[in-house]
Design a protein around this ligand. Structure first.
Ligand code: AMP
Length: 418
């Protein structure tokens, strides 16, 4: 588990704000599922996945119920959909922290943040395109250029089952060529063997049956329309028949975004797909669903590697230097903050030199200096420190019009910037 300090904390907040903007432009509302749910909610997602069987932080609550920290957010969102029965299409976005008991390494943590969207109640393949385009636009907005979109279709439920059985038969008849770990995976979920990155498995995985031979006409038609939609929006993609994704509930369209700026073992910056069938698994009526989750931690690692999305500068507009008794600093910072102008001061007073040093370190654009003379005159000394105004002379301004003066200077600086 990790602490998040400034400036990283500010960067994360900015990233969520950006995502909120992109999502709300496309008509998505924010939704926040709880951090803990009944263990069963996550189990229904599928008990053939490591996320559910090996990595969950589950425990017995004081009243004896089995609960778990969420390992991902889709299950909670779909559980909420079934519980509240909102009008469809239900388009939501979320951001939040998830927990998985994984082996921590760079880009893989036990506590990590995700951003995502889910849509329930729409079968139209054009929605798949909208959802994929939203993620692609977000990466562009953040300044990530080295991101590749991988897409696949797992077919309808029957197609997926037939494919799974074909894979099982194929791998079982070649069991000697499989790694020990993949033999275990095969027992639980043959599809996941395709995910194996082990050298020993590579040849067998490469020659495994292809999903394309198992797609029904309906699944093929849906997928063709998705690909045509991506083409029409100029969104580049790679068709990846081996892309199966971790969770059991995926059907039809699945996709993943990988970053060329990250180590290959942890290079997925997000992924998602259709999960028609999950609503039923949660006890609701059959409802089509689609969504994605993006990994905030990995997006920021990729941004570091690409020199994109720097942490916002933390600086204040004004710093009050009080050479009298501190009461002026107290009053003026308060007054300015109420007027929407950020303001800092040094606690415990100190010499003018010490206070000016603090003012400099704060990154303030203006210092407001109050001495005995200013108090007698009903003024403060305004000294430009940074920005366009910084070569201006210091001057005294009336004590009662500080906020108006500062606002005017900041506005003209803003206009000058453009
Ligand atoms: P998943 O739900 O496993 O498909 O995860 C979606 C995205 O969340 C992945 O593409 C990663 O970017 C991110 N992610 C998943 N697990 C972790 C983790 N343990 N640490 C950091 N990021 C993760």
């Amino acid at each position: 588990m990790r602490d998040v300090l400034a400036p990283e904390s500010a960067r994360r907040r900015l990233l969520v704000d950006r995502f909120a903007q992109v999502a709300s432009l496309a008509g998505y509302d924010e939704m926040t599922p709880p951090l803990v749910e009944d263990l069963d909610v996550f189990r229904r997602v599928g008990d053939a996945t490591d996320v559910v069987t090996k990595e969950m932080y589950d425990f017995v609550d004081r009243d004896g119920s089995r609960i778990a920290l969420r390992p991902e957010m889709t299950a909670g969102v779909v559980r909420a959909f079934v519980q509240h029965n909102p009008l469809v299409p239900w388009k939501v976005w979320y951001s939040g922290t998830n927990f998985r008991h994984e082996r921590p390494q760079k880009g893989r943590y036990r506590m990590f943040d995700q951003l995502g969207v889910e849509v329930l109640g729409v079968d139209d393949p054009d929605l798949d395109v909208e959802v994929i385009a939203l993620a692609a636009d977000f990466f562009g907005n953040v300044g990530l250029n080295d991101v590749t979109l991988l897409v696949n279709s797992l077919g309808e439920q029957g197609d997926r089952q037939a494919y799974t059985e074909a894979l099982r038969a194929y791998f079982e008849s070649n069991i000697d060529g499989l790694s020990e770990a993949s033999r275990e995976t095969l027992k639980r979920n043959p599809l996941r063997v395709l995910d194996s990155k082990r050298g020993e498995d590579r040849a067998l995985v490469a020659a495994a049956p292809n999903i394309d031979e198992f797609l029904s006409d309906a699944a093929r038609g849906h997928f063709d329309r998705v690909l045509a939609g991506l083409d029409s929006l100029d969104i580049a993609y790679e068709r990846t028949p081996r892309l199966v994704r971790g969770l059991d509930y995926y059907r039809r369209t699945t996709f993943e975004f990988t970053s060329g700026a990250l180590d290959s073992a942890q290079n997925a910056v997000g992924g998602g797909g259709r999960y028609d069938g999950l609503s039923e698994a949660m006890g609701g009526s059959p409802t089509d669903g689609i969504g994605f989750a993006l990994g905030v931690d990995r997006i920021l690692l990729a941004a570091d590697a690409e020199g994109a999305f720097p942490a916002p500068e933390s600086s204040v507009d004004t710093f009050v230097v009080d050479m009298v008794d501190g009461t002026h600093a107290l009053a003026i910072t308060h007054e300015l903050r109420r007027a929407g102008i950020s303001s800092e001061r040094r606690f415990g007073g100190g010499s003018v030199k010490a206070q000016m040093r603090s003012a400099d370190r704060s990154g303030a654009r203006f210092a407001l200096i109050v001495g005995e003379d200013e108090v007698a005159e009903g003024t403060v000394t305004l000294r430009p420190m940074r920005g366009i105004a910084s070569d201006g002379e210091q001057r005294r301004i009336p004590r009662h019009s500080i906020a108006g003066e500062i606002r005017g200077l900041m506005d003209s600086e803003h206009r000058g910037d453009q």
